[in-house]
Design a protein around this ligand. Structure first.
Ligand SMILES: C[S@@+](CC[C@H](N)C(=O)[O-])C[C@H]1O[C@@H](n2cnc3c(N)ncnc32)[C@H](O)[C@@H]1O
Length: 268
């Protein structure tokens, strides 16, 4: 029941989503809108009123992680959390050794959930690595043609500070010494991360570069029988990175579909 409740909590699907204050995320709006919205909002706030809009996100889309979440601590939706639970419970049951990692955590919800599942099973000898720049996505690297013109780095919405993620862990009473933050660009942090073995490797970095760098560096550390989970297979750049990597490495382990974008395979 705790795990089921955690899924609803981190996806904010326990409650209907409240309207979004209009002065939130103004950076991506046109200048005239920014000006009017901030002047009107400031004036109203003096009288304890908030100007807000309905985000128009359906329950179904939020459940399936098909929309950029407004209030939730993760945007991946319930089916991909079910998949994380399945992976963790399988590696525990089968005694597959290694820590867990998510590369690309945003507000931290999926990694918070990983720690929760371990805790619910009384597992204290596996760490959860929380890897992110905590400053959004990198500008496209010209070395990766598939990332040409990628605009993810422009979105302030995707920049969540390490302090905010730590704070989110604290809210669930899940910040402890089994949670290890890897703060910085994957290309810098992952090669020197204090990781020996992984049992669950979850990638959620959206871009070709942010996917291939992780696979190149961490896949060799994934135990046999461990889970390699891909969040963004619906994004063509990520899909190309995964397909290139599998082809180059001769990986023939069956790739399973979790939902409209999630995929995973178990290392043979
Ligand atoms: C779509 S969000 C992850 C969503 C998250 N897994 C969740 O549960 O909601 C992508 C994240 O990847 C991070 N990221 C992408 N590429 C990165 C890179 N090369 N180095 C470090 N962080 C990166 C971004 O900062 C962002 O937080």
């Amino acid at each position: 029941m705790y795990i089921a409740l955690m899924k609803k909590a981190v996806t904010y699907t326990l409650y209907p989503e409240p309207p979004v204050p209009i002065d939130r995320n103004l950076a991506v709006k046109p200048p005239y809108f920014r000006f009017v919205a901030s002047v009107v909002s400031r004036a109203l706030r003096r009288f304890d009123y908030v100007l807000a809009r309905d985000a128009h996100q359906s329950e179904e889309d939020r459940y399936n992680g098909r929309v950029w979440a407004v209030y939730a601590h993760t945007m991946i939706g319930v089916p991909r959390l079910d998949n994380i639970q399945h992976a963790i419970e399988t590696v525990i049951e089968e005694g597959i050794e290694g820590d867990l990692i998510e590369t690309g955590v945003w507000r931290g919800g999926a990694t918070i959930f990983m720690r929760a599942v371990l805790k619910a099973h009384g597992v204290n000898d596996r760490r959860v690595f929380v890897a992110d720049s905590f400053d959004g996505l990198p500008e496209p690297d010209p070395a990766h043609i598939a990332d040409k013109g990628d605009t993810h780095h422009l979105y302030s919405y995707l920049k969540v500070s390490r302090e905010e993620v730590e704070d989110n862990f604290r809210k669930y009473a899940l910040l402890d010494d089994k949670v290890v933050f890897l703060d910085g660009w994957f290309k810098d942090t992952l090669p020197i991360a204090p990781i020996d073995k992984l049992s669950v490797l979850r990638l959620d970095g959206d871009m070709y570069g942010s996917t291939i760098e992780v696979l190149n560096t961490l896949y060799p550390k994934l135990s046999s029988g461990g889970f390699c989970i891909i969040d963004d297979y619906a994004l063509s750049a990520c899909q190309r990175a995964v397909d290139d990597f599998r082809r180059q490495q001769g990986i023939v382990d069956e790739m399973h579909q979790t939902d409209w974008t999630g995929r995973f395979w178990r290392k043979g």
